[in-house]
Write a protein of this length. Structure first.
Length: 600
């Protein structure tokens, strides 16, 4: 389908520049442009405008969105959790993420600013559709309007969860507009966060009748566009976080009862996060990335997570022999760390052969001793594990791994097959927005007695998820009586790790994970190899992998450099529950009320 590009803002600017010119010279049609007056007419126009909606969402929400080496969505909605460390070559490396992880960011934080701006940029494309097309003129236009409304609802839901009461923008704003927070907007009657979330759910429900249904679990097209399934899932999630569990159950059950989604087998679990799993049976919605030989390098960088796959990859130059290239063919910068206690809980909950455990994190010894090394170290591959464990030709160099524990991330690590070409940091697998396990776990929590539900309706779904994951027998749900909030907490923490849910959950649960955020930044680990660096007298809280130096090669020490440099670290009640509105917004819009605890 050919996309028509419309530039009303550019046209207005051009008109201003031409003021005072000879009127006879102004009647020259602009080549390659279509005016808004002539464009929003036909079904073909509607389909083209919808392509722009998806493209705008991909550009501004699911890719770099102006950042240099990261996807702001992944950082904004994951790095504030208790299940990740901001890592890198050393303290100060990738500080845009460490600020979030240690709760020392301010109203100028680039990740928060980029994410906030990106969400509103994406709204613009949805509002172009809803402003210019009306229901009732054709089936195609009805569907286009509805798909746009659901994407708009998703964007507002993420804004509500991140910022509480952001402006509700359901139309294209004038250039001089200064929108209010939704709770102070005189036209919205004091809409609070829950009210905005319910508005999102209502938008989805009102769109349902015009949307396509996914045609079974094998329908790949139905996983990369807005369908009834995604609309119901989104409505259910919005109702859930608004505290309306009855309506959440109703909408989420519609997704389950549709039978258009199912869990993939355990041997395919890790494929969910790679190109082999694009649009598979359990994908509710994900952005679609396709190879196009006509696109150049920088066309791809704006549509994908260019360098994000390097940023979260293992730190290549801190290994004695390269363990990264054999797995994915590109260098890594070590930006994502696994907290020690999270890894211990992950291991304790799962069987040794668990697909979920072994696909999510990897023991430093397994990474170093089981890698199939490339030139000039191929001879190492013929060694036994014991020989590798005794050799200084493998392992870590004296710099160690900042922000890492004895387990490193595996789930987000790119494979060579995911890349546009081997060795190039352009990741081509789709960007996941929602998977079926999230629907199951939201539904299960809504079915708890304390939420007015019946666990009998959900326990078998959770058990199916546990069986697929490889959970130890003592933690399995065997009846409705076994389905508790603790079970759901564990399943959400491990199944949906790095999928943008943990931060929102621990804020409302206010459990041990929430309390641990208050000490974030006081004990950042560094993983070392005793073959290249012996523990030093100044090292704090040295921990050997197997309890003592005699039977361990790797050890961890704690650091707190930001705190040593005078930074205030750790979550603060009454402040960090919500992101601040960026200074770049509040400084020019007097109608925005800053969130509690923040000063502009």
């Amino acid at each position: 389908m050919k996309i028509k590009f419309i530039a009303p803002i550019a046209a207005l600017a051009a008109a201003g520049l031409l003021t005072g010119c000879n009127p006879d010279r102004l009647e020259i049609p602009q080549k390659g442009a279509v005016s808004t007056e002539t464009f929003y007419k036909t079904d073909e126009d509607a389909e083209a405008a919808l392509v722009a909606v998806y493209q705008g969402f991909l550009w501004n929400v699911a890719s770099q969105n102006g950042a240099s080496i990261n996807i702001p969505f992944l950082l904004a909605f994951n790095m504030c959790g208790d299940d990740v460390n901001a890592a890198g070559a050393f303290y100060g490396d990738n500080d845009f993420a460490a600020q979030l992880n240690e709760f020392r960011y301010d109203t100028n934080a680039e990740v928060v600013r980029n994410m906030y701006n990106g969400l509103y940029y994406a709204l613009y494309y949805t509002n172009l559709v809803t402003d210019h097309f009306q229901y009732g003129t054709s089936d195609i236009k009805d569907r286009v309007i509805s798909e746009s409304r659901v994407i708009r609802a998703y964007i507002h839901m993420m804004l509500a969860l991140g910022w509480g009461t952001p402006p509700l923008v359901d139309h294209v704003l004038a250039g001089d507009a200064n929108p209010y927070n939704c709770n102070t907007d005189p036209e919205l009657g004091g809409m609070d966060q829950a009210g905005l979330l319910k508005w999102c759910a209502k938008e989805c429900e009102e769109s349902l009748e015009y949307l396509d249904e996914r045609q079974g679990p094998g329908d790949k097209d139905g996983a990369v566009k807005v369908t009834k399934g995604f609309a119901n899932a989104l409505a259910g999630k919005a109702y859930f976080y608004a505290g309306d569990y009855e309506n959440a159950r109703r909408c989420l059950k519609a997704v389950i009862d549709s039978r258009n989604y199912e869990l993939v087998s355990s041997d395919r679990w890790l494929d969910n996060f790679h190109i082999e799993g694009d649009a598979n049976e359990e994908k509710i919605f994900e952005t679609n990335i396709e190879y196009n030989s006509n696109l150049g390098f920088f066309d791809y960088t704006s549509r994908t997570g260019w360098m994000q796959c390097q940023y979260w990859n293992w730190r290549t130059d801190h290994f004695v022999a390269n363990v990264v290239a054999p797995y994915c063919s590109i260098e890594g910068w070590g930006g994502l760390g696994v907290p020690e206690d999270f890894a211990e809980e992950f291991v304790a909950y799962h069987k040794d052969n668990s697909a979920r455990l072994n696909g999510s994190i990897i023991n430093i010894e397994d990474l170093v001793y089981e890698t199939q090394y490339q030139a000039p170290n191929e001879d190492i591959n013929s060694w036994t594990r014991e020989q590798k464990a005794a050799s200084n030709r493998v392992g870590l160099n004296n710099l160690g791994l900042y922000g890492q524990s004895f387990y490193l991330p595996l789930k987000p690590i790119v494979r060579t097959a995911d890349l546009r070409t081997p060795g190039e940091a352009i990741r081509m697998n789709n960007f996941i927005i929602m998977r079926y396990p999230e629907v199951i776990l939201l539904y299960a929590e809504a079915c708890l007695p304390e939420n007015g539900g019946n666990p009998e309706d959900a326990w078998q779904l959770v058990r199916e998820l546990q069986d697929r994951a490889g959970v130890k027998d003592e933690y399995l749900v065997n009846s409705a009586a076994d389905l508790t909030l603790d079970v759901i907490k564990n399943e959400k923490q491990f199944e949906l790790w790095l999928e943008g849910t943990r931060w929102f959950d621990i804020r409302r649960w206010k459990d041990a994970g929430y309390e641990s955020l208050k000490t974030q930044g006081t004990d950042i680990p560094v993983l070392y190899d005793k073959f290249t660096r012996e523990p030093q007298a100044t090292d704090e809280n040295v921990r050997w992998q197997y309890g003592s130096e005699e039977n361990s090669r790797f050890y961890i020490v704690d650091t707190h450099t930001a705190q040593d440099n005078g930074a205030v670290v750790g979550f603060k009640d009454g402040k960090h529950e919500l992101f601040p509105f960026p200074y770049t917004v509040t400084s020019i819009n007097p109608n925005i009320t800053q969130n509690p605890g923040w000063t502009n």
